[in-house]
Write a protein that binds this ligand. Structure first.
Ligand code: NAP
Length: 466
């Protein structure tokens, strides 16, 4: 057997899928796992691919199986277990070796671990992987941080296993230290907003327009064939048409209405705020998940106030342009956070490249991303997607439709936190002269903070200070 090109530690759902994908692409790999059972199960699953796999139950044997400089990918929880793994690995590795954390890490941890390994002349790569188990097995989208040295060794492996869009692999080296994990975090934040937006439209169609889940699913399936084409619309079209084998009811009717979350949406919002940004659509989506978890409170509030059951006067044809406009706005918000972080951490993130590697393999893959990549290549005014001429028609057509959808929803009492946030943001940003003069006057009034004037340079106070 040729010597392994890469080691994989952690053969759970994602690690095993990535390892099998590599072996299938002809890459010789070495694997190991905390429990020996994980290794044995993996070798069973590998079948004929096992001939490209060198397996061991022991971390030091895994390290020894790799030629130097070593490339070792860990797919385990990116929290405490990753630090514990590094404690064990550092004495086993040699200068120039690379450890990759391919889990969903907080990018602050990735930066800290990068510095820690650098003290031992070791390289640390934070790599975001999107696409779930199926993506990892058949072609994920991967967002890679770390050094050029690590990228040189990792590149042939990840380009071989990545999803492809028109032949181009959906993986790129995006920047140093935490860049890859940060981009993955924001990817997930956009994912939260898109999922919540879909759930809001489902509510309007189900409880406002009186449609059954299967009918709504057919709308999503049809929209998926048009400019809204995306993985999340595709699966929503399918899952809304599914029936529960036990009761025969629509599957969505027997699933509890409390959404889980693992933290990446929340991290996006926290980091955005720290960077002086506000991605209000992503904030609304994170809030939506949190509120969904408060079932007992919602049920009591329903008994007290009653949920909206009023019909709404909406034509499904209006929803498509409204959703497309909202999708452009949620991506625009995500890319603003990326731009702010790129400046703060000096990552030199290229938004066009990021849009391109999201076009296939990842959960937020969508037709719109091709236009977004081109819009960034054109260099929109102020780097803002909102101002790109490529989206003027989408917004000209979609905003009035979105206004109608949100207006009807609000009047009838249906909650649309993400769709209304989209409109609030758009309407705020199109105000060349906003209302913050009132805020400035208030601040000066109670705190003597001073304000600028439109007709003079300097800091001034109002007549309330005499
Ligand atoms: N599932 C997804 O769709 C998805 C998508 C993108 C990223 N991720 C990320 O991928 C990583 C792995 O997720 P997964 O879904 O593959 O989880 P999983 O199926 O639960 O597998 C976890 C793996 O980590 C190992 N592990 C757990 N605790 C450990 C410890 N303290 N020390 C050493 N090894 C330990 C497990 O070993 P044992 O076999 O010995 O228990 C197993 O190999 C996570 O960071 C997750 O956030 C997951």
């Amino acid at each position: 057997m040729t010597s392994p090109q890469i080691g994989i530690y952690g053969l759970g759902t994602m690690g095993a899928a990535l390892a099998l994908n590599m072996a299938e692409k002809g890459i010789a790999i070495a694997v190991s796992n905390r429990s020996a059972k994980g290794v044995a199960d993996f070798m069973d699953r590998a079948g004929p691919l096992a001939e490209r796999v060198s397996a061991s139950d022991d971390l030091s044997a895994l390290v020894q199986a790799l030629p130097q400089p070593r490339t070792l990918l860990a797919m385990i929880p990116s929290t405490g277990p990753m630090d514990a793994l590094l404690d064990d690995l550092i004495p086993l590795l040699s200068p120039g070796d690379t450890v990759i954390d391919a889990g969903n890490a907080d990018f602050h941890d990735t930066r800290r671990r990068t510095h820690r390994l650098a003290e031992h002349d070791l390289h640390f790569v934070g790599m975001g992987v999107s696409g779930g188990e199926n993506g990892a097995r058949n072609g994920p989208s991967m967002m890679v941080g770390g050094s050029d040295h690590s990228w040189r060794h990792l590149r042939p492996v990840v380009e071989a296993i990545a999803a492809r869009y028109n032949g181009a692999p959906c993986v790129a080296h995006l920047g140093p230290d935490g860049a890859g994990h940060f981009v993955k975090t924001v990817h997930n934040g956009i994912e939260y907003a898109d999922m919540q937006m879909i759930a809001e439209v489902y509510d309007l169609m189900r409880n406002g327009m009186g449609q059954e889940p299967a009918q709504i699913g057919q709308h999503f399936a049809r929209w998926n064939d048009g400019p809204l084409g995306s993985y999340l619309f595709e699966i929503t079209g399918t899952l809304l048409q599914a029936a529960d084998p036990k009761t025969g009811k629509p599957m969505v009717d027997v699933i509890t209405d409390s959404a889980g979350q693992k933290g990446t949406g929340r991290w996006t919002v926290i980091e955005a705020i720290k960077l002086g940004q506000s991605a209000n659509m992503i904030e609304a989506a994170v809030a939506g998940r949190a509120w969904s978890a408060e079932r007992a409170v919602r049920q009591d509030a329903d008994a007290t106030f009653g949920a909206a059951r009023n019909p709404i006067d909406l034509d499904a044809a209006r929803l498509e342009p409204a959703l497309l406009a909202a999708r452009v706005l949620e991506y625009a918000q995500g890319f603003r956070i990326l731009a702010a972080a790129s400046t703060e951490y000096d990552w030199q993130l290229d938004p066009g490249t990021i849009a391109r590697i999201w076009r296939a393999g990842c959960i937020i893959r969508a037709k719109t991303l091709d236009d977004i990549a081109q819009a960034f290549d054109d260099g929109p005014p102020h780097g803002e997607l909102l101002l790109s001429s490529r989206f003027s028609e989408v917004l000209d057509r979609g905003i009035p439709a979105l206004r109608k959808v949100v207006g009807q929803a609000v009047l009838a009492g249906h909650p649309v936190p993400v769709l209304s946030a989209a409109l609030a943001w758009f309407d705020t940003m199109r105000q060349g002269r906003g209302t913050a003069s009132v805020i400035q006057a208030q601040r000066d009034f109670f705190g003597r903070h001073g304000f600028g004037r439109v007709d003079a340079e300097g800091v001034f106070h109002g007549p309330w200070w005499g």
